[in-house]
Design a protein. Structure first.
Length: 114
């Protein structure tokens, strides 16, 4: 799932779109002719919101780092710059989990408790 705090919104590629209140975000996507409304894509949550949400349920969950050699992460961009940023992010998160808060998105494993 995408991270609300990632500066470039993952669906429309507009800077800071997910930071805006919905009425302003709707105007922003309309201004660029990308959609009539941002409502269908405005579901992104922050790292802390996701943890709080899943803590309500009888489940265990964790955030999973992607395989650095994976062919498809994010939008599948294979440029050297993208590979560097991706691998830097994976390295930072593996050393200091607080960097999950700034990741582009999340891979989660969620298991319902019996």
């Amino acid at each position: 799932m995408p991270n609300k705090l990632w500066p470039i919104e993952v669906h429309y590629k507009l800077p800071f779109l997910s930071y805006l209140p919905l009425p302003l975000a709707n105007r922003y996507v309309r201004l660029f002719g990308l959609a009539k409304t941002y409502e269908d894509s405005s579901y992104a949550m922050t790292y802390w919101q996701i943890k709080r949400f899943f803590s309500q349920f009888d489940c265990t969950f964790y955030f999973k780092l992607p395989d650095p050699n994976s062919e498809y992460i994010g939008l599948g961009d294979k440029s050297a710059v993208y590979a560097f940023v991706k691998n830097l992010g994976i390295s930072l998160i593996s050393r200091w989990p607080i960097f999950w808060a700034f990741s582009k998105g999340f891979i989660m494993v969620i298991k319902k408790n019996k």
